[in-house]
Design a protein around this ligand. Sequence first.
Ligand SMILES: O=P(O)(O)O[C@H]1O[C@H](CO)[C@@H](O)[C@H]1O
Ligand SMILES: O=c1cc[nH]c(=O)[nH]1
Length: 235
Amino acid sequence: MSVHISAKKGEIAKTVLMPGDPLRAKYIADNFLTDVTLVSKTRNVFFFTGKYKGKEITVGASGMGFPSIGIYSYELFTEYEVDTIIRIGTCGAYATDLKLFDILNVEKAASESTYAKFAWEIEEEAISNQGDAFDKINQTASELNLNVKSTNIHSSDIFYRKNPTVPAIAEKYNCLAVEMEAFALFANAKYLGKNAATILTVSDIIPTKEEISADQREQALRTMMELSLETALKY
Ligand SMILES: O=P(O)(O)O[C@H]1O[C@H](CO)[C@@H](O)[C@H]1O
Ligand SMILES: O=c1cc[nH]c(=O)[nH]1
């Protein structure tokens, strides 16, 4: 048990898939895994361990934002000996060169956040994915004939803001999209010497206000889920 995860030692797999949304974690467990055990339900953030094509995998939610993924990923890496976390999230595109349903593999997450600096004395404002998960995702995508774009993204503390222009840090690092967790995940993995990657599906185009409807969302995210599961088989 850790402070925020009630699984026993040994009940969490070495590779964890981590959506923001607890219901997305349940969807993966219900639709893709066999021999599933609910190993933690602390705060209703469910973690499920099961098998995908015979390989043990855990799926559990990060919640939203740096504090939340910072806690869960740190406890998974340090108390459960997890080696690899692949975040599977949604993002908003800053420009119309990305389309709804596009899938991104994050190279670097740029942020105005002080999380990495004050947690680990990491001074960079753009932190790379860590270890070999990014390469394994691209390799898997090409085996599955999936079009996945490698790019920098903006990780932000802010979902709603007064000024609609693209934030300066996103311009500086050529970030095509925004989400709210990858920077803290990469910072934790960098400090701890672990693998971390982030796959994102574009759920909205910010300037045109187009978005994936609630009906489309479940099916739209299945491709990203399958990509992460097939990548996990490589560990
Ligand atoms: O779909 P998830 O993984 O939650 O990711 C995105 O969605 C949430 C905001 O709606 C933030 O957590 C953001 O990063
Ligand atoms: O963090 C996010 C996720 C989706 N769309 C946004 O605009 N921001």
